[in-house]
Design a protein around this ligand. Structure first.
Ligand code: FES
Ligand code: FES
Length: 161
């Protein structure tokens, strides 16, 4: 027997009432129930980062989360990033730095970069200085099979700097 429960998700500033089957992931709820296909399904196992979104302001692999457990959460997907200053700056920097080839990883890279910059700003000892090595480390959960890493680091550095 399958079970479902009513939840409300606030996605990119809009409330959505859903009744997902308890087995549905947040990623599938976004893509299949809300039509937000920006977050990508790469591995579906928490290994590639293509599904990264911001959950209550923190980056998260949406393929590893059950939608039903996110009742009341605030979710930002790549579709909503342009509404924030840093998200818009990162999108512009990715274009200017040519920080992608196929683009499959890019929504996750962008969401992860927004989260990483916020984390760096809020370190307990004060804002962290993001060297290229530090940017690589903080974005290491987002793989790019096209190998666009050098340009991704340059784009994030532009905004971090
Ligand atoms: S699809 Fe979620 S980490 Fe790969
Ligand atoms: S641009 Fe193709 S996977 Fe990153």
């Amino acid at each position: 027997m399958t079970r479902s429960s009513p939840i409300t998700l606030r996605v990119n500033g809009t409330d959505h009432a859903l009744r997902p089957d308890h087995r549905v992931t947040l990623l599938d709820a976004l893509r299949d129930h809300l039509g937000l296909t920006g977050a990508k399904k790469g591995c579906d196992h928490g290994q590639c980062g293509a599904c990264t979104v911001l959950l209550d302001g923190r980056r998260a692999y949406s393929c590893l989360l059950l939608a039903v457990a996110q009742d009341g959460a605030e979710v930002t997907t790549v579709e909503g990033l342009a509404e924030t200053e840093v998200g818009a700056d990162l999108q512009r920097a990715f274009v200017e730095r040519d920080a992608f080839q196929c683009g499959f990883c890019t929504p996750g890279q962008l969401c992860s970069a927004v989260g990483a910059l916020a984390e760096a700003d809020n370190e307990p000892d004060g804002p962290a200085v993001l060297t290229d090595g530090e940017i690589r480390e903080r974005l290491s959960g987002n793989l790019c099979r096209c190998g666009a890493y050098p340009a991704i680091v340059r784009a994030v550095r532009d905004v971090a700097g």
